[in-house]
Ligand binder design. Sequence first.
Ligand SMILES: Nc1ncnc2c1ncn2[C@@H]1O[C@H](COP(=O)(O)OP(=O)(O)OP(=O)(O)O)[C@@H](O)[C@H]1O
Ligand SMILES: [Mg+2]
Length: 353
Amino acid sequence: MAQVTITNIVKRYGTAQVVHGVNVDIADGEFVILVGPSGCGKSTLLRMIAGLEAISGGEISIGDRVVNDILPKDRDIAMVFQNYALYPHKNVADNMGFSLKIRGRPKAEIDAKVKKAAEILDLSKLLDRFPKQLSGGQRQRVAMGRAIVRDPQVFLFDEPLSNLDAKLRVAMRVEIKELHLRLGTTIVYVTHDQIEAMTMADKIVVMRDGKVEQIGAPLDLYDNPGNVFVAGFIGSPAMNFIKGKIESKEGRQIFVSDTGSVLPVEGGKAQDGQPVIYGIRPEHIDIAPDGLPAIVSVLEPTGSETQIFARLGEDAIDAVVKDRLTIHPGGEVRLRIDKRRVHIFDRQSGARV
Ligand SMILES: Nc1ncnc2c1ncn2[C@@H]1O[C@H](COP(=O)(O)OP(=O)(O)OP(=O)(O)O)[C@@H](O)[C@H]1O
Ligand SMILES: [Mg+2]
């Protein structure tokens, strides 16, 4: 096991710079997830940790060793990719043991390691099967088995679940988390799925355009997003954003949207007249008789809850409530915003106020 330290990492392809000075400290045994929209540099950063991409600037160390100039095979890492192609003509045991075999490890050692990894991954009964005789989730576990047998200092995962259907993804999320608890190995995991990030990570690194936007524990990012981007990226359904400014009325601060809606805020955060973005998560709005009158556009019942798409004056607003509703589109609903859960961002910089 080992800590991973990423210091001022820069990546250029020719003249195009795609990673702009990234700093991340990953503790020994930590499960860190890199998230961000497509093209933000997640895979590039992971591949630099793995040694599959040259580093244009900065330093990466694994354990107490700077690895910039160390070959991938000598970095003591194991990587699982999105396209984890198994060898079709090798059975599960041989797929899992192959990397050890090409390193010339003795057969007894390979067998023991494969057996142990198979137990951990619940593959013991499938060792003689061929990839085409396995389900998607079982194949995914074999791909992880290949990484586990190497007993690396660090696991690197690049969107390992994105080829699986929704139900299997949920199951594999739990399995990967259990695997981490059991092995305690440092994991750096890339995904663009913020739910995966929220549910598995000890620490999330939110990236955009080759830069780190914020680093924190999942619920920290959810509760205290540092800017509009992180606020909009973390949480599902996404936070509502309404543009407007803060004003004072009868000694109390209120938010007035550009289109004239008045919404509640806790005083003292922003200055009167300051142009801001008002953020409220759909789950922090409920239905109450003293709520603000809104007009329902669409209702989406999921069984356990109802997502309400509504208009508050001219502003679109979504709410998620536990109630089952029978309002028709065009009907009125009274939405109460929990003002303690309101986030205010500066309109110019996007930073949290
Ligand atoms: N070999 C390359 N040559 C030039 N540009 C590249 C190369 N590989 C990646 N890029 C660019 O670097 C940027 C980061 O790519 P990267 O693959 O790291 O994104 P990502 O965050 O993993 O995205 P995704 O979620 O789509 O996998 C992108 O703009 C991409 O076009
Ligand atoms: Mg990628």
